[in-house]
Each structure stands twice: as C-alpha cells, then as structure tokens.
Design a protein around this ligand. Structure first.
Ligand code: ARG
Ligand code: ASP
Length: 719
C-alpha cells in the first residue's frame, strides 16, 4: 500500500510538473493534450488556428531562419522578423569599412535596396505526420543497433521519396522520444531572402556578453528580412525578377502590451534538450565534463579579452569569436548552479529508486536492468566525453587557430597525391583555399593565437589522462625539456601558417614536390598528432559507448512513459516546430530580490556608459529619450523594451514569435534568464524564464530611431 501511495505521489508531482508551463509540444497533438489547458490559461484561439493543413494557420507564418534560428512573417509582402544575433552573419557579410552596417545599422529605403544573401534560407513546414509504424517496419528488439539504423534509414527514404514526388518540397523524417516515435516533416524552402533592416549593434547587441543570459535585459535583438519568390509565388533562387513572397499567413502585431499573468505562447524551433537522462548523466556533466570545459573557455576568454582591451582593432577582430566562446561557457556555469539549486541529481535519484522498484515487477524484464546498464556505460563514458570535447576545444572550437587552419591544405595535398591529378581542379582548389585563408587572416591576431596555443596545450596535458596524449608531448619533453612555451615559439617561428605572404606563395607554387614540405610544417604536424589520438584512442570507443547509450535512452524513455502512464510527456527538442505556452511572470532570483517582468528605455539610459563597450548608447537614442520623443509607443513616460515569461524554450527558439491570447505578436524570443538556464535538463517554473523583445520597442526603433516608418505601413498593427 505504501508503495502505491508513493507511486501515486510521484506521478502527481511529475504530471503537475509537466503542467506548470513546462514542455515543448508537438503542433499536431495540441488538440489532444494541450488546448484545454492553454485555454484555461487564457488562450482564445483553437488548436487549428495554430496548426492546420486545410486553411491558413500560424504555422504558415513561422520559419526556420538560416541554420539554427526561428523567424516569423509580419506582412503579406514577405517581411520577416528574427533576432539581430540570428541575422548577424548576413549583416556582417554586407558590412565594410565604408558601409559598416554592424556598427551603424542598415535600413533599406525601398525594396530595390534590400540586400540579397548567399546561403540564407527560410523553411516553412507544410505538413507533418506520425510515421512511426512505417519507419519501424521490420525492426524488432532482437536485431543489432546497426541493423536497426539501416532499416530505419531505408524506410525513411521511402517515405521521403513518396512525400516529395511530384512537388518541390523537401522532406525529413525525425526521431522523437529517442526513437520511440517518428514524424515526417514536409517543408518548403525559400532561398531568396534579403536583408531589410537592422539596428546598430549598440542596440541589437546592447549589453553584449555582459548581459547575455541575464535578466533584467535591454537588448534590441531584432533584424528584418524579406522573402522573395518567383512570379507564381514559388521558391526560386535569387533573381532581380523575383517578387516579394505572399505568405498564407502573417502575424498581426499587438501594441496592447502585457500584464503579469498574461497568456503567452512561443512557436518555434527549439534545438535540443535532455529532459529524460538518468542521474549518471547529470553527474557526469556537472561534476566531470562541464567544469573542465568551463575552465578551458575561461582561459581562452581571459587571453582574448586582455588583447581586446589593449587594442580596439583586435576587439573588433575577435568580437564574434569571443561571443561564440562566451555563450555556451556562460550557460554551462548557470546550468550547474541551477541544477545544484534544484537538487536535480537527488531528484533524479529518488525518481530512479522508485522506478527501479516498479521495473523489477514488470513482465518486461528489460526495464529492470536499464539503470544498471547506464551505470556501467557512464563509468567509462565521462572520460571519453571529456577527452572528445576537450580535443574539440583545443582545436576546432575556437582553439589553436593556425594549427586548425593548417589542415585546410590537406585537401590540396590529397589532390596532388591522387593517381590522376586534374590540374584544372587543383587551380580551382588553390583559389578556393586562398579565399578560405583570406577569411582566416582577416580576423587573426598572431600574438593571441600563440599565447592560446601554449595555454591550451598545457591545459590539455594537465587535465586529460595520458592515454589521450598525442606524441607531441613526448617530442616536447625530449627536444624542449617539456617547455611547451618554447616549443610553441618554435612552431610559430617555423610554420608557414602564421604568415600570409609565405603561405600564399606556397599555395601558388604548390606541386607534388611541395607535399613533403607541407607534411613537415610544425603546425600541421601538431594538428596531425591530435588527429591521430582522436582517430585511434578516442573515437572508436566513444562511438561504441554512444551507440549503447542510444539504445538505453530509447528503452529508458519507453519505460518512463509506461511507468508514468497518466502523465503527458513532451519529446526532447530536436529542431522541429514546437509550441511552448506560459505566462508573463516576475520571479525571485535569490532571497530578498524580486525581478519585475519588463524593462524599459529608462534602464538603457541607466546602463549608459561610454567607457564600457557593451553599454554604449547611440546618441540618437539618447536624444529621443531626452526629448521624450516616444510617439505612440510611450507607456508611463517611457518605452517598454523586454519582458519575461514562463515559456519553456531553448537554443533555436531565438527569433520565435511570442504571441498573446489572441495569437497576435507581442514579442520576439531571444534568450533565457540566468537562474533558469538549466531548463534544458530540468525545468523549474519558479526560476525558468524566456526573455522576449517587446514588439513595441521594435516599432519605436523602426519608426522613431530609424525613420523607416514606411515598413510599418505593410504590417497589420492592432492598437
Ligand atoms: N544567449 C543567446 C542565445 O543563446 C544569445 C546569444 C548571442 N549573444 C551573445 N552575446 N553571445 O543564443
Ligand atoms: N539565445 C538562444 C538562441 O539563440 C535561445 C535560448 O537558448 O534561450 O536560440
């Protein structure tokens, strides 16, 4: 009897937890699982208003923007809004010293002046469908994981071919609940996407890395684009003859504002979460892996920052790199703190104890062994996961720059090593490589790289166990008495990858005879020594453990769903379209402090500090403020800027529409608050907040700051 009560209690806790705004829900299942609760929270529309294939619905106004963000349509002429940090690459690509759009902002004064972008696409979801039975046809519990993957790939291909026959759509089959369920996604992709407007970085990135992942926030994180189509409103590659795309639906914009407790919904593409992992996983990342990754990034950031502070040119060169390193670094720190405060590991362990009790009594005895098998895998996995990630940090993820760049030339080496050298192709390759190196040297500051290289090599040696050490360390011991700095000095003195002129001459003159010289270049030698370790000592075992985990994750997921039969589960994020709903809500970040749910222009002026790069406010914005020139966007003598709510979001949700109870756009999602960034692993409604840009700040900036009021004319604004 006691056990039953405990079980009941757990499922009550669990299911009520998944009700307090937690979850990233599947659009076609809203009617079944969510709409009632959404309406109770104030939502006035229906599930069909969100997703429907027979009539226009909200899904027709939401896109994947580029490779990892969300965007939404805000006019019937294809106008689209996303975050500034999502449009950053496009804005940067059009920026030059004469036209520095990152610094000054950009506003196309007419459609003719909108700027086209190579390699920028927007993807609409046309329809989705549960295809689990078809995908798993021929799969059984007894076949190997490889065989299973093979069958699934084959079945998926068939489904995809079927779905894209006789149309121009692109399709994908994606796994949900760790391979317990599969959905087909049929998409329409538009490749002519043009830049329409962006505020200066001092607005779009206001607060920079200092304020990143934090509330209170004042970032005007938006940019505007326009989708173009051919004359028949169909996707087409860029052409001057293309015309603005007419979407089935665009979001009306509400300037009515928000109040504590108001219903909010976020509709976008969350990238990835790990809600159902066992305690061992939490232990691994919070105790073993992430603290090390945080340390190595702290080292990188400290070195880069020192050079940036000494030289404004270097600050610009390394701004994007710094932001990239800093973003996950800061989130990891917050995540560990958040999990700790939640006693997340204890919670998981308690859950697992009860789960185990239940599992041993199930006819399907596979469930009873899952946790033990997990335990065994995780005994080794941590070491490999750490080595794998550390190696990536040292080389690929903004690590040793010249060393990484040395490997670009391997493609040329390969071309000349082939039996039938195609000299036309090698010439082409040389030009391509020089372009790649142009980009590399443009933002390269050798003193930083030299210091980084020595620091990262030392750290790898100290932190990663001997079995993963490349031969280089033995060489350094022998030749340099273990002095890594001396070794790095020699590498940088001798390598051609630290000198653009030397390198380009080498590329121009490259022939079969150059291969030997290239192979001896100390930067490439260093690169190869790490690559050998990766290939021989890390990857094979890591891959095997990973495959074991995949299977366990699938079985554990199925078992958890059986165990808590009455709870409604949402699948981990997998960069498919999801609905998160919640409420505008203040929160208590720590004892004695309460954060209000919105910020205003006053806060920007309060933060203004010409000496702190992240807090420089453009003169024009200060003038508007001083003159109280707020137009119709004024609320209580100021302009609203950002707000927070309890929507469960993650990376990829950036740029997502935030709508009110009537489905009108009230904001653009761009971040989460520090105290709640553990939401990728465990959500807590008390602490987890998504941060949105208030749409009224966007309108104010477009109208009053940019003088681009003509853009407002094509929007549907509800006052
Ligand atoms: N934290 C936000 C997200 O994960 C914004 C990142 C861009 N901004 C930055 N300062 N690094 O995407
Ligand atoms: N800033 C994230 C993004 O770019 C959103 C988040 O992680 O909350 O997608």
């Amino acid at each position: 009897m006691r056990r039953i009560i405990i079980l009941l209690l757990i499922s009550v806790i669990y299911s009520s937890a998944t009700k307090a705004n937690e979850g990233m829900w599947i659009p076609i299942l809203l009617e079944k699982y969510n709409i009632e609760e959404m309406q109770k929270l104030g939502f006035k529309l229906t599930a069909e208003d969100i997703y429907c294939i027979n009539q226009a619905s909200m899904k027709d106004a939401v896109v994947i923007f580029g490779g990892g963000c969300t965007g939404e349509l805000i006019s019937d002429e294809g106008l689209l809004i996303t975050n500034h940090h999502c449009g950053y690459g496009a804005i940067q690509s059009h920026s030059s010293v004469e036209n520095d759009y990152l610094t000054n902002g950009f506003w196309a004064s007419s459609k003719d002046n909108e700027l086209s972008n190579k390699n920028l696409s927007t993807t609409f979801l046309k329809r989705m469908e549960d295809v689990t039975d078809l995908v798993l046809e021929g799969v059984s519990d007894t076949i190997s994981e490889n065989k299973r993957a093979e069958i699934i790939a084959k079945n998926s291909e068939k489904i995809i071919n079927e779905a894209t026959r006789d149309n121009h759509y692109k399709a994908k089959v994606k796994a949900f609940f760790h391979g317990n369920q599969y959905f087909l996604f049929v998409n329409e992709v538009f490749n002519d996407v043009r830049l329409v407007g962006a505020p200066p970085s001092a607005i779009g990135k206001f607060g920079g890395d200092t304020d990143n992942w934090m509330w209170p926030r004042h970032t005007g994180d938006f940019s505007l684009f326009r989708i173009y189509a051919d004359k028949n409103n169909q996707p087409a590659d860029y052409s001057p003859d293309n015309v603005p795309f007419k979407p089935l639906k665009h979001f009306p914009i509400s300037t009515k504002g928000i109040e504590e407790g108001d219903f909010t919904m976020v509709f976008g593409f969350p990238g990835s979460t790990e809600q159902y992992v066992p305690s061992y996983h939490l232990k691994m990342i919070t105790e073993k892996v992430n603290p090390e990754l945080i340390d190595i990034r702290t080292k990188k950031l400290n070195i880069i920052k020192r050079y940036q502070e000494a030289d404004p040119a270097v600050r610009i060169q390394y701004a994007a790199k710094y932001a990239r390193i800093s973003n996950s670094w800061k989130r990891w720190i917050g995540e560990i703190k958040g999990l700790d405060k939640l006693n997340a590991i204890d919670k998981k362990e308690d859950f697992e104890k009860d789960f185990q009790l239940w599992a041993t009594q199930q006819p399907n005895q596979n469930y009873a062994t899952i946790l033990n098998e997990y335990k065994e895998v995780y005994t080794n996995y941590g070491e490999y996961d750490l080595a794998y990630n550390f190696l990536l940090e040292v080389i690929y993820r903004n690590g040793m720059e010249a060393v990484k760049a040395s490997a670009y030339l391997n493609s040329l080496k390969k071309a000349y090593e082939s039996d039938s050298i195609d000299y036309n192709k090698t010439e082409e390759l040389k030009q391509k490589l020089k372009k790649q190196y142009d980009a590399f040297f443009k933002d390269y500051h050798q003193p930083i790289d030299k210091e980084l290289t020595a620091a990262l090599l030392s750290m790898y040696k100290d932190r990663i166990s001997n079995q993963f050490h490349p031969e280089t360390y033995a060489f350094v011991n022998k030749k340099y008495k273990g002095d890594i700095k001396e070794y790095v000095d020699a590498v940088f003195a001798k390598s051609m990858f630290t000198n653009k002129d030397v390198l380009y001459r080498f590329i121009d003159d490259f022939s079969e005879k150059s291969i030997k010289k290239l192979s001896k270049d100390p930067a490439l030698v260093l690169f190869e020594s790490f690559y050998e370790v990766y290939k021989n000592n890390i990857w094979p075992k890591y891959k095997t453990l990973d495959a074991k985990l995949n299977k366990l994750n699938r079985n554990y997921m199925a078992a958890q769903m059986k165990y808590l039969q009455d709870a409604v589960f949402y699948p981990d994020a997998n960069f498919t379209l999801r609905v998160s709903y919640g409420q505008v809500k203040s929160y208590i970040p720590r004892d004695g402090v309460k954060y209000q749910n919105y910020t205003t222009l006053d806060g920007i002026i309060e933060k203004d500090n010409p000496d702190i790069y992240d807090y420089r406010v453009p003169e024009k914005l200060k003038t508007l403020y001083n003159n109280k020139d707020f137009g119709k966007y004024e609320v209580n003598g100021t302009v609203p800027v950002c707000f927070i709510a309890t929507n469960h979001t993650t990376g990829g949700n950036s740029g997502s529409p935030v709508v009110n109870a009537n489905g009108e756009l009230i904001g653009v999602n761009f971040d989460r608050a520090w105290e709640g960034v553990m939401s990728d692993l465990m959500f807590n409604p008390e602490q987890c907040r998504n941060i949105s840009l208030d749409i009224r700040y966007v309108l104010f900036l477009v109208d009053k700051f940019a003088g681009a009021g003509y853009l407002l004319d094509e929007m549907t604004i509800i006052e």
